[in-house]
Ligand binder design. Structure first.
Ligand SMILES: [Zn+2]
Length: 265
């Protein structure tokens, strides 16, 4: 279905409050990577600042935007979810601090930033940016401390963006536990939220999910898409990546409300 049609259907769906029925007893967790105005047409990791703000206003209008840990706590207590939406960011790009956080603050919206701890404050260029001859700076530890002080949550995303579908044993443990220790040492506060790199089904083994639990994390987020129904395990949280593919918030909303996929794992 064309995106323009989805946008129109999304408008109708949300105007008629059909979304309340379709998304009842569920929460939505969205994942962003970069928010900046230099967006190339095939850049699947970036949304413009203007579009980011439009998405945030849509979230605020149609959902109950909460912290990711609020959803985790509800699931831990066995409580019913009720159209919560949590905003998350992966990797730790500097535009999260410079561009996205000011929009979130302006709209009084909470968010969680998952960072690759050994890249913070460095000039490491990951393979996916190198392939595009792009170089996007990372946040510094000072910037992360500022986000924490302002009430945003920080979470771990391994030390070096490890593929936890391939690593095992001590190597995997070092990436998972090490990321937590790096963050806690630099921030001076407990860190208990985890999102695994790449986020696909093949990027995390059951054994490594157990390592995430054993490391003291309270959740494990994928990038698998779909909503989070009441009764889900916090260690199988699905997130919906938001990208250029979404030409409008209503297109996004339509896809979320109609294309809901149950948590099966
Ligand atoms: Zn990532």
């Amino acid at each position: 279905m064309r995106r323009a049609i989805k946008r129109l259907l999304g408008r109708t769906l949300f105007a008629s409050r059909l979304d309340a029925l379709l998304l009842r007893s569920s929460a939505v967790i969205v994942a962003f990577h970069r928010v900046q105005d230099t967006v190339e047409p095939d850049d699947g990791l970036t949304v413009s600042a203007r579009m980011f703000e439009r998405h945030c206003r849509f979230f605020r209008r149609h959902f109950r935007v909460v912290r990711l840990r609020d959803i985790v706590e509800k699931l831990e207590r066995g409580e019913r979810l009720d159209r919560e939406l949590a905003i998350t960011f992966d990797d730790g790009y500097r535009d999260n601090f410079e561009t996205a956080a000011p929009v979130l603050e302006k709209l009084s919206l909470p968010a969680t930033f998952f960072t690759v701890t050994k890249w913070i404050g460095t000039d490491v260029v990951p393979w996916w940016d190198r392939e595009r001859a792009a170089c996007h700076p990372w946040m510094t530890w000072d910037q992360l401390r500022t986000l924490h002080r302002k009430g945003f949550d920080l979470g771990a995303h391994t030390q070096t963006h490890a593929d936890l579908g391939r690593l095992s044993g001590a190597e995997a443990q070092r990436e998972i536990v090490g990321a937590r220790l790096d963050l806690e040492r630099e921030i001076g506060a407990p860190v208990d939220l985890f999102a695994y790199p790449y986020g696909g089904a093949s990027h995390l083994t059951d054994a490594n999910r157990e390592l995430v639990k054993a490391a003291g994390f309270r959740c494990c987020c994928s990038g698998l898409g779909g909503v989070t129904p009441t009764g889900s395990s916090p260690f199988h949280l699905r997130r919906i990546p938001v990208s250029l593919w979404h030409e409008s918030p209503h297109q996004f909303g339509f896809e979320v409300a109609v294309g809901r996929t149950p948590v099966t794992a």
